[in-house]
Design a protein around this ligand. Structure first.
Ligand code: SF4
Length: 359
């Protein structure tokens, strides 16, 4: 059993499954049921520290803490509640970095948008996260904590999880797949309710389905590919990393994912006013995805300070949608939530800098 740690001295238990926790208890001279108790208190009750697991013998709790084990929960640094009920949480890691996670409640569901990295190296032009640099990838406990923290604060069970916060999940694929396993088995969230969003990483996307099958057994989560342009030139001008990944190859790799998993791919398309939102772009996109069992998710650009992109008009959005629909594509428009608190798609950034330096 491998216990991960950050700063090298504090192995955490959050992220371990029930069998690993049983083994952990046995390795520490306890009965296996002690591991099941830890599991229940970590995932169902959401305890923040081992000391709070009061069903465990006091002496053993004390010993574990003395030995440097910890639950693996993060500290809430700050919270921002939007007018529309969207909640952005800033969570502090043990190395004093800040992670952003967003809870988006509606009447029927609570969607939790989580981060997979601190910052992001991909530097997509429309996204605030890429502007603030890249620090490191998150560990499993740091990913799972985002869900537990939002569950606690909103007092509601998350129904849908989307890896659409800070970071490129395919650059942290092992921890992301282990987290999906944990969400599914330990938090009992169906894989079909989990979406992994990526701009596409050349040497990872082609093997994603096989890698996921190895780790998860069955692959049922949704792959959302951030496309944002119908041709290579335009895509490169918005997403610098696209230079390394020809659009034709990217689409072939998405088809491979569909072939292996049987799951239709969702294509994300941020509409940038007068840049990629013209009728001709819609026609080109329809051609590109013709015959592909897919879904197009349109997102109107959410403004960030560093770029002068425009949000498209409602008329232009409707026109774009209707071209795709006429060509037989399944299309939806994602509502922008949390705009007033910079919690909407593309607006998350490493607020830690100003947070810690008191700027
Ligand atoms: S859109 Fe995603 S991949 Fe691109 S910079 Fe932002 S967080 Fe990174």
């Amino acid at each position: 059993m491998i216990l991960s740690s950050r700063k090298g001295n504090k192995p955490y238990l959050l992220g371990l499954n029930i069998h690993q926790l049983e083994d952990f208890a046995k390795c520490n001279g306890q009965d296996a049921f002690r591991g099941r108790q830890i599991h229940e208190w970590l995932y169902k009750k959401g305890v923040k520290s081992l000391d709070q697991i009061t069903v465990l013998p006091k002496a053993w709790r004390y010993q574990l803490i003395q030995e440097g084990f910890f639950a693996g929960r993060l500290r809430e640094a700050s919270r921002y509640l939007s007018n529309d009920g969207t909640l952005k949480l800033l969570l502090e890691t043990v190395d004093n970095e800040i992670i952003e996670a967003v809870g988006i409640p509606t009447r029927d569901r609570l969607t939790v948008c989580i981060s997979s990295q601190i910052g992001c190296p991909m530097q997509c032009r429309f996204c605030a996260t890429g502007k603030s640099g890249f620090q490191r990838s998150l560990e499993v406990n740091e990913i799972i904590d985002q869900i537990l923290s939002l569950r606690e604060v909103l007092n509601r069970r998350p129904s849908n999880i989307v890896f659409m916060g800070m970071g490129e999940p395919l650059l942290n694929i092992e921890a992301v797949l282990d987290s999906i396993y944990c969400m599914n088995k330990d938090l009992e969230i169906g894989q079909r309710r989990i979406t992994l969003s990526t701009v596409g990483i050349l040497n990872t996307l082609p093997q994603l389905a096989e890698l996921a099958r190895e780790r998860l057994g069955k692959v049922q989560f949704t792959l959302a590919l951030s496309l944002h342009a119908p041709n290579q030139g335009l895509r490169e001008s918005i997403i610098p990393s696209a230079k390394a990944y020809p659009l034709k190859t990217l689409i072939e790799d998405c088809r491979h994912y569909l072939d292996v998993t049987g799951r239709r791919v969702s294509f994300e398309y941020i509409l940038l006013g007068d840049l990629n939102d013209q009728m001709e772009h819609a026609e080109e996109l329809a051609d590109l995805l013709s015959g592909f069992q897919s879904h197009v998710n349109l997102i109107a650009y959410n403004p960030i300070a560093e770029e002068a992109f425009k949000r498209p008009s409602t008329f232009r959005i409707k026109q774009f949608m209707s071209v795709l629909e006429r060509q037989g594509l399944a299309v939806s428009l994602r509502a922008s939530r949390g705009l007033d608190q910079n919690a909407a798609c593309g607006q998350l950034r490493r607020q830690y800098a100003s947070f810690h330096k008191g700027v």
